[in-house]
Write a protein that binds this ligand. Structure first.
Ligand SMILES: CC(C)(COP(=O)(O)OP(=O)(O)OC[C@H]1O[C@@H](n2cnc3c(N)ncnc32)[C@H](O)[C@@H]1OP(=O)(O)O)[C@@H](O)C(=O)NCCC(=O)NCCS
Length: 166
């Protein structure tokens, strides 16, 4: 298993992930490809976001792929926080393909994500999850996250907030 950057070679697999995910809002939202004229245009947009672009603070996107070159998960790392991310979103977002859950992949993604954060020079990392997202809370705690106070978003959803000192 390895983390790779999105590139043309992953187009079909990325589309397959989105199909299996279904109509719910994709997590992390930076992997949403609907509305782009082509995958190439989407990739150009991602490379702009890397340095910050429009509403996007600087962020890096990775795909978790296995030996058969199947995408099992997705990861995005926001390099800095604004008020919204500090309260609600955090630095890191991840997901695992629905058919591949509960096999330790998200725990692995987060461990690798924290290495990437160190390489980016980040010293404190915030990760949040919905109060009822037991799986994500376990992923965070498995990796040593330290819980801070919770916050409530505009829809009334309580977000648990955890810090990592790198
Ligand atoms: C949350 C999510 C990333 C977990 O991925 P995963 O690969 O199944 O997680 P892991 O296999 O590493 O599981 C970690 C732990 O959580 C537990 N777990 C995972 N999903 C669970 C669930 N739905 N209910 C209860 N426990 C769960 C696992 O059993 C494991 O427990 P253990 O540490 O005691 O062995 C995945 O369910 C997902 O993509 N959800 C939608 C997107 C999302 O919520 N992203 C996180 C945003 S904060």
């Amino acid at each position: 298993m390895r983390l790779v950057r999105p590139s043309m070679e992953w187009e079909n697999e990325h589309r397959a992930y989105v199909v299996e995910w279904g109509p719910k809002r994709l997590i992390p939202s930076g992997f949403e490809i609907e509305g782009f004229e082509s995958y190439e245009v989407y990739l150009q947009e991602l490379s702009k976001r890397e340095k910050g672009h429009g509403k996007w603070l600087p962020c890096s996107n990775y795909l978790l792929v296995n030996e058969e070159n199947r995408i099992l998960g997705m990861l995005d790392i926001r390099h800095e926080l604004n008020d919204f991310l500090y309260r609600i979103g955090g630095h890191i977002g991840y997901s695992v393909l629905p058919s591949e859950r509960r096999r330790g992949y998200a725990t692995y993604i987060l461990a690798e994500a924290l290495h990437k954060c160190r390489e980016l020079g980040m010293d404190k990392v915030l990760i949040t999850c919905d109060e009822d997202n037991i799986g994500s809370a376990k992923v965070i705690m498995n990796n040593g996250g330290i819980e801070d106070h919770s916050e409530t978003d505009a829809d009334g959803i309580v977000k648990r907030r955890f810090w990592f000192n790198l």
